[in-house]
Design a protein around this ligand. Structure first.
Ligand code: 13P
Ligand code: SF4
Length: 306
């Protein structure tokens, strides 16, 4: 039987041999992060997409992330490591519903969380990620913002940009919605000295209790740089594992044992191995019209986010 270490060595050999760049979102398991060329949050991965010198990109994450790479780097062959890995939030709004919302709100700028399908992006004005949303919304030359589809991320942005008017559509991340104020109370009672770090996809009443709110990369950077020794982590639980490797002297506790994204967890190291040897994954294809229209709002994100 092949071991994890042997599998990782083979992946590293094969990705070089086959000119493949492996991008891995921070919600992937640690054995996958170790073989990746770049790991990070959604914003970091988007910026990395076009920069990779390799002609092939393997995205270990969910479908919209692989689509983002294809949108920004059409000349590359892009693969999603496990074709079943989607983001349920990305499917919450379709083109028909958003079109009618736009008709009813013609003077609003449509700000779409990057966790949306490419089709939906074709009728949005600008994309945002958790680490770039506040800056981008501040930089938009309009005071009226229609924020889709994550109301919780939207509410967090609204708090920091009170000078603008926001409209939201019902939506959110099913993984982060599992965390409640009851979890906060229990975790704080069990670990009174720990700092609470949460993702802005959490419910506002959960975020309100936090010492820090930020993207996956933001949470990891805060915990690494802090002089505190204990942290309650309110985001997908793989972040705890990565932090334990990075900071063996600090202690990390999950805000909820249920904060597991089953889509992110679909990809295994064996999937990655199969992809780099040409026996797995799904090649991402987009029609040129969709790609170009979706690219406009991602380009705007990258411009307003810098
Ligand atoms: P970030 O890595 O941008 O914080 O995104 C979190 C997420 O839920 C991605 O699906
Ligand atoms: Fe989608 Fe939430 Fe999973 Fe991220 S954590 S991929 S937003 S379901």
């Amino acid at each position: 039987m092949i071991t994890t270490r042997q599998l990782q060595d083979e992946i590293i050999r094969l990705k070089k041999e086959n000119d493949i760049c492996i991008l891995a979102h921070a919600y992937q398991s640690h054995d996958i992060l170790e073989v990746a060329d770049y790991t990070g949050d959604s914003y970091g991965l988007s910026k990395q997409a076009a920069k990779a010198p390799q002609k092939n990109v393997l995205m270990c994450g969910v479908r919209f992330m692989a689509e983002t790479v294809k949108i920004l780097a059409p000349e590359k062959t892009v693969y999603l490591s496990n074709s079943g890995a989607g983001c349920p939030m990305a499917e919450q709004l379709d083109v028909e519903l958003l079109s009618s919302l736009k008709e009813n709100n013609p003077d609003y700028t449509v700000v779409a969380y990057i966790n949306t399908t490419s089709k939906l992006k074709t009728i949005c004005d600008v994309c945002v990620t958790s680490s770039s949303a506040v800056k981008i919304v501040k930089n938009i030359d309009n005071d009226k913002i229609l924020f889709i589809p994550d109301c919780n991320l939207g509410a967090w942005v609204k708090d920091q940009v009170p000078e603008k008017t926001f409209k939201f559509v019902h939506g959110g991340c099913p993984t982060h919605l599992r965390m409640s104020t009851m979890n906060v109370m229990q975790a704080k009672m069990a670990h009174p000295d720990a700092k609470l770090l949460v993702h802005p996809e959490c419910l506002p009443e959960v975020s309100k209790e936090a010492d820090y709110i930020g993207s996956t990369t933001g949470i990891m950077a805060y915990a690494k740089e802090s002089s505190d020794k204990e942290f309650i982590i309110g985001t997908e639980n793989s972040i705890l594992q990565h932090l334990q490797y990075e900071c063996p002297d600090k202690k990390f506790y999950p805000l909820s044992k249920d904060c597991v994204c089953h889509n992110m967890k679909l990809t295994t190291l064996m999937d990655v191995y199969n992809c780099v040897r040409g026996a797995g994954g799904e090649e991402i294809t987009l029609d040129e019209d969709t790609r170009l229209k979706a690219k406009a709002c991602i380009d705007t994100m990258l411009t307003l986010g810098e």
